[in-house]
Write a protein that binds this ligand. Sequence first.
Ligand code: SF4
Ligand code: SF4
Length: 426
Amino acid sequence: METHIPLSELDKPAVSIMNDVIKTCVHCGFCLPTCPTYLETGSELDSPRGRIYLMKGVLEGTLKMDDEVVEHVDRCLGCLACVTACPSGVQYNELIDNFRPKLEVEYARAPMDRISRLMLRQVLPYATRFRLAVLAGRLGKPFSGIMPKPMRAMLSLLPQGSLPPAEPLPEIIPAQGTRRARVALLSGCVQTVLAPEINAATVRVLTRNGVEVLIPRNQGCCGALPLHMGERQSGRAFARRNLNAFPTDVDAIITNAAGCGSALKDYAHLFDGEPEEERAHQFAAQSQDVSKFLAELGLSEQPQSLGRKLRVAYHDACHLGHAQGVRSQPRQLLMSIPDLELVDIPEAEICCGSAGVYNITQPEMATDLLERKVNNIGSTRADGVATGNIGCLTQIRRGLKQKGNMWAVHTMQLLDWAYQGKFPIE
Ligand code: SF4
Ligand code: SF4
């Protein structure tokens, strides 16, 4: 269960970080054309510059933490396209990450909003609870018309057909041939329920390339979901569990989910001034997306052709591209597959609307952004999409259902199939 501490314990350092970020903004507006919500609404208050103005007003006491402020702050995806675009180096992520916990303490959300958020926090980070909730959700689908909006949005994201069986991978999977590296894998919570085949493919690709993979048994959610929702204490509790569960004597801590990878990197700031600070910095430094790790290690065995020519559009997950700067490495790995033509998607920097739990808490904006993304994907005339994040995969698959037979898979799945010389999608 979550524990809460008074905001006063977080407030002083958080306020000073936020003020430092705000001071670096020179109001140039270069970030506006890359902000998805600004592109959709055209409102300055839905832009990074507008939100900085709102948060500054609240911090200085000239604005109240009222419905209008919260509406525009809630509408921010946390996609960090503005950080990539900003020529002044404004670390907007540090501002929004510190403002959200303040908002949750100072603003009284409507009862239904509170209940939905509590359910998300109590279910999504726990694989067993999430699996049960998916099964219960199936039974509830016929009644979705009378459910509140966030619950309807959640049901629309559930996969068709039965869930894959829960088959935990072994704790240690040895490298094939000479061992070149030893890593520990974060298995993730939502992904292990919705798409366990992604972890299985990741492990096969890594071990085939001489990497021994450990899957620490006591690990849990990375904490990204509560952190996105401004629940810092809950996020820290998850992070603390992982700091204890993962070994230190590995070459890297690997994740194949961009959102989780970005959260693991944030452990470096989560424990400043706490006894865990040093360990958290070490953990964050060791954490890497699997595509970066593998591209830098180099493939020891070249993939084969997938047995047919494929045109694949690569989707940059925001938490891989904007948050971690990982763009070239997954492309490099995919381009090593013979007969695979890789194409970029127009407006690649614009979020697909997934953004953690955003497609549940802000379903209208998420759907508009999904439509925009799917239209851009369609314009590439690709056979399918590859990406490195379970949230984007779930969201884009939902959008592609209306686009004929385009598929969306994880980068590691394409590599895995290439090593087996087969492409299993009809
Ligand atoms: S955040 Fe950066 S790009 Fe946006 S207005 Fe401020 S200085 Fe300009
Ligand atoms: S994080 Fe994304 S949605 Fe939020 S202000 Fe920046 S660009 Fe806009």
